[in-house]
Design a protein around this ligand. Structure first.
Ligand SMILES: [Cu+2]
Ligand SMILES: [Zn+2]
Length: 220
């Protein structure tokens, strides 16, 4: 009886410590085709209600042209058995709930949907997006501002969202570890344009760079 109580207490303490942890997944983005490295992306979960996405990319005008780019987590990791670094092997947007395409804080969205990332004239991408999950009524939606993750050469832009549900998880049904991150050539319409593509892909055009999210805690 007493031992049972002790074990349960230990289990609760262990869970508590675990829930306060920061879990990180990330990878080095590589150009579609050549596989040349262009920077890093990082997805973090801190405790139970804070989620962060960070990207630091730099490339040429062909790969990261000045302007907005669709940025998603796709269903599969990159198939490394191909002859070239093939972002086409990552499948469609990661969409475990089988719903329509959307945006980072849209009520309806793929788990893999985020905002457009915007590169400056130096073809550099630098941003941090912080999601705070709050149960109950979310006070304010800041969707227009959150539709682009800006980047300027003079420093990273931080975009903050308050959302009702976690934007992603590391493992499980919504788990992003092992999935591909894809940077597109064109802006994502975030589900807003009136054609078929808006409901599943956002019409973001060709895939310019990608990588497979790894659990950084395990050092894989
Ligand atoms: Cu995509
Ligand atoms: Zn999508």
């Amino acid at each position: 009886m007493r031992l049972g109580f002790l074990l349960v207490s230990l289990a609760i303490i262990t869970l508590d410590v675990y829930s306060a942890q920061t879990i990180k997944a990330g990878c080095t983005m590589k150009k579609h085709g050549s596989g040349e490295e262009i920077g890093r992306v990082l997805f973090m979960k801190e405790g139970t209600n804070k989620y962060t996405v960070v990207a630091r990319l730099r490339s040429d005008e062909e790969t990261v042209k000045t302007g907005e780019h669709g940025f998603h987590v796709h269903t599969n990791g990159v198939d490394e058995t191909m002859d070239s670094w093939d972002c086409g092997t990552t499948g469609g947007h990661f969409n475990p709930e089988v719903v329509n395409h959307g945006c980072a804080d849209c009520d309806v969205r793929h788990v893999g949907d985020f905002a457009n990332i915007k590169s400056g004239e130096d073809n550099q991408v630098k941003f941090k997006a912080i999601f705070t999950v709050e149960s109950g009524d979310v006070l304010e939606k800041r969707r227009p501002e959150g539709r682009q993750w800006y980047s300027q050469s003079n420093g990273a832009k931080i975009v903050r969202y308050t959302v009702k549900e976690a934007p992603f998880e590391m493992t499980g049904l919504h788990g992003i570890i092992g999935k591909g991150v894809v940077l597109h050539d064109n802006p994502d319409d975030l589900g807003l344009s009136e054609n078929n593509g808006a409901s599943y892909s956002g019409n973001a055009g060709s895939r310019k760079a990608c990588c497979t999210l790894e659990n950084l805690e395990l050092g894989e």
